[in-house]
Design a protein around this ligand. Structure first.
Ligand code: ADP
Length: 452
């Protein structure tokens, strides 16, 4: 059956219009029965009742379709108009002719078309009604039923007038509905945009808060390191010059060996303090290309002072080619250090941590920090980069959150692959600036300097 589903854009209007049309139809059927029962002098009351019964079946089908959100014969407005016109003309014919009160049903039919469809359909319906009225007049004349012919133009003018008014009103309502719809869509778009911007601002605020906390931690660490360097530096210098002075006195071989050993240990203390101070100085904001392996090495140089490191094996397997990436070098060092310290925390004594690069697509490098620790469950992975997610008693849960911000600022991405109990591999994807710059000769596996 040629039913038309109600499309979503015009849906509201069509549903409302269809509900009005169905009510008009039922009203017409009921009124028709009242008119038949309450009047005498009809040409054939039985025929009128039969036509009304047909009309009731049609109204019933229409109602069922309307309840399902569809329009019965919705794609055939002209067919419906012709059918209704014939139906009304027959009612008039079997009632009392041109003066039958059923002639006003033409008005109801035109109203329905004007509400449901457009002006063109309304005009075509009107034309079929005019033709039907003329045919009816001719048939009645031929059958000797003269009647009052003046009712013909009057009926037609009133129907045309009401149809025009209804079509104009329906058009205005449709246009207003469309304008409201457009305004509503624009409002929803603006609201979504506003919500997106607020979410962005909240995220930016969170990021800057987290970075502030991290920076404060680093500043406190820097202050402490500088203080220790200052306090230890002077006695260290004094001890150093004392040892050198004693060595200049040409001591016996045994003392000379011990003094050399003491000097090398003093050197080691000086280097350690130097590295701590260098790391804890405020991060240089300089942006530019830098060698990836150097930033990684800086991080490992600091990680070795973390006490549990001595029970782990850290393997730096960065490839022989020196890759340059773009960004703030100190930031990448901070990120790698955080990943390495997390990996140390996740592993037990004898645990293994590996750093390596992969080049899956040209122009990009993937730095992997892989450990054989306890790994991460899926729910934990989903919350990993959210601020304040931590499973450590003294953790802040900001390390990975800040790491993600720093990597994204470099135009890169960070992520993790892991399953509970079988280690974790954190990856950082960065765009490379240039490739294949020969690296200075160095070992492919660098174990962290044992802390003695
Ligand atoms: P914090 O170290 O202060 O807890 P992070 O953001 O650096 O903050 O880490 C968040 C959490 O992610 C850690 O508490 C830990 O549970 C988990 N995590 C990070 N790295 C690993 C890893 N390599 N293996 C297992 N869990 C990890």
């Amino acid at each position: 059956m040629a039913s038309a589903p109600v499309s979503s854009d015009r849906g509201d209007w069509q549903c409302a219009a269809e509900s009005i049309v169905v009510k008009i139809r039922w009203f017409g059927i009921v009124m028709g029965y009242v008119l038949v029962q309450s009047r005498d002098g009809l040409r054939d009351a039985q025929a009128v009742r039969a036509i009304l019964a047909l009309g009731a079946v049609y109204a019933l089908v229409d109602t069922i379709y309307q309840r399902r959100g569809q329009i019965f014969l919705g794609s055939w407005p002209l067919f419906v108009a012709v059918m209704e016109t014939t139906f009304i003309a027959l009612l008039c014919y079997y009632d009392t002719g041109l003066e039958s009160p059923f002639r006003w049903y033409f008005l109801l039919s035109s109203l329905c078309v004007a509400i449901r469809y457009n002006r063109v359909s309304a005009a075509l319906t009107l034309t079929t009604q005019l033709i039907a009225l003329l045919i009816l007049a001719v048939i009645l004349q031929s059958e000797g039923m003269t009647g009052d012919l003046h009712t013909l133009p009057l009926t037609f003018v009133v129907v045309a007038w009401a149809t025009w008014a209804a079509a104009a009103l329906a058009d205005t309502l449709k246009a207003t509905g469309q304008r409201l719809e457009a305004a509503n869509t624009a409002l929803e778009r603006h609201q979504a945009e506003l919500e997106r911007r607020i979410a962005q601002q909240v995220e930016a605020l969170r990021a800057s808060q987290a970075r502030l906390i991290q920076q404060e931690k680093m500043a406190a660490f820097g202050l402490l390191s500088a203080g220790i360097a200052h306090e230890v530096g002077n006695p260290l210098a004094a001890l150093s010059s004392l040892v050198q002075m004693l060595r200049r006195r040409r001591p016996d071989p045994y003392t000379e060996t011990k003094l050399a050993l003491a000097e090398s240990q003093l050197d080691r203390i000086r280097r350690t303090i130097g590295e701590l101070v260098a790391f804890s100085r405020p991060a240089s904001p300089a942006i530019g290309p830098f060698p990836l392996d150097e930033a990684v090495q800086d991080a490992l140089d600091i990680a070795k002072y973390y006490h549990p490191t001595k029970d782990r094996r850290i393997e730096n397997r960065l490839g022989a080619q020196r890759l340059h990436v773009h960004g703030v070098r100190d930031h990448l060092t901070q990120v790698v250090l955080n990943l390495v310290l997390n990996a140390i925390d996740a592993t037990t004594k004898g645990g293994r941590i590996e750093l390596l690069t992969e080049q899956e697509r040209s122009g990009w490098v993937r730095l992997l920090v892989r450990d054989d620790g306890r790994g991460l469950s899926e729910p934990d992975q989903a919350r990993l980069f959210q601020p304040h997610f931590t499973t450590k008693p003294n953790g802040t849960g900001l390390g990975l959150y800040v790491s993600r911000t720093l990597v994204e600022e470099m135009g890169g991405r960070i992520g993790v692959e892991s399953s509970a109990g079988s280690g974790a591999t954190f990856w950082i994807e960065l765009r490379t600036i240039e490739q294949a710059i020969p690296a200075p000769a160095r070992a492919s596996i660098i174990e962290s300097e044992p802390v003695r």
